[in-house]
Design a protein around this ligand. Sequence first.
Ligand SMILES: [Mn+2]
Length: 318
Amino acid sequence: MKILTIPETAQFLREHDRYTILSHRRPDGDTLGSTAALCLGLRQLGKAAHVLENKEITPRFAWLHEGLTKPEAEEGDTLVTVDVASPGMLPNAYTPLLGKIALRIDHHGSATSFTDLELVDSGSASCAEVVWDVLAELGVQPDRRLAESVYVGVSTDTGCFRFANTTDHTFTVAAQCVRAGARIYELNQELFETNTLERLKMQGWIVEHMKLLKGGEMAVCAIPRAVEREIGVNEDDMDNISNFPRTVAGVRIAATLRETADGDTKLSVRAVPGCDATRVTVRFGGGGHKGAAGASMKLPLTDAAKAVEQAMLELESC
Ligand SMILES: [Mn+2]
């Protein structure tokens, strides 16, 4: 595996003519915006470029890939993944392509390499920023659609510029998107100021059912699958829901548990600055960052909730 710089990546992209670009499973705004932007940029350079159809794309982001996809990669296509940190992050339908992917463009700090070439900037808040820099190096002139695709990636991966990963480079790229015509007010309204009724009902359920520990410094909430079904939430509605109990004033660390389809439990922990979420998740074989961490627990929901509550009470402070 060879690590490329931005100019080397641009050179590689200049040298080939037919691209298929791959996003990750449970696709978010960053992988979808980044794949769209790279595809649009390469097309502007006269390349034949497509995004490989991702069956898990949700209605919220479907517009990003409109007119860009094809159902399958063809023989001779140069395959590029965007925002994919490990082979396990690829949708199942893409696994036959493993071993044939030429280049990985990414921003994840910890990753499992699976391509010959990679451009990874772990200092970037979003992969969209990396793609933007590569396209600038290639001399691409961003139009509104390209700029809005990048803006979706940058803004969603930073929680609209609120997360700790946000840098001056993030703002620079966002400013350049605005200059290229991105309608950020409309996008922000849609992405950050709009909730489905189901999501709001779920938040209401969490308020009623979360358990506050240590005088309100800690919160634990276990969400049964039956409740999700009854409220009618989908994965978009549940996106980053674990941050919600953390937003209660006084709460420094919050654990949210969800039941998986096979009866196990997915743990997500969120913490305020100065507090370390991984201190809870590592106890259950998970990992993550100080602010946001997770673990997969081979336990039924109620047992998992008890174990997590116990682990949190054992933290002398967070
Ligand atoms: Mn990302």
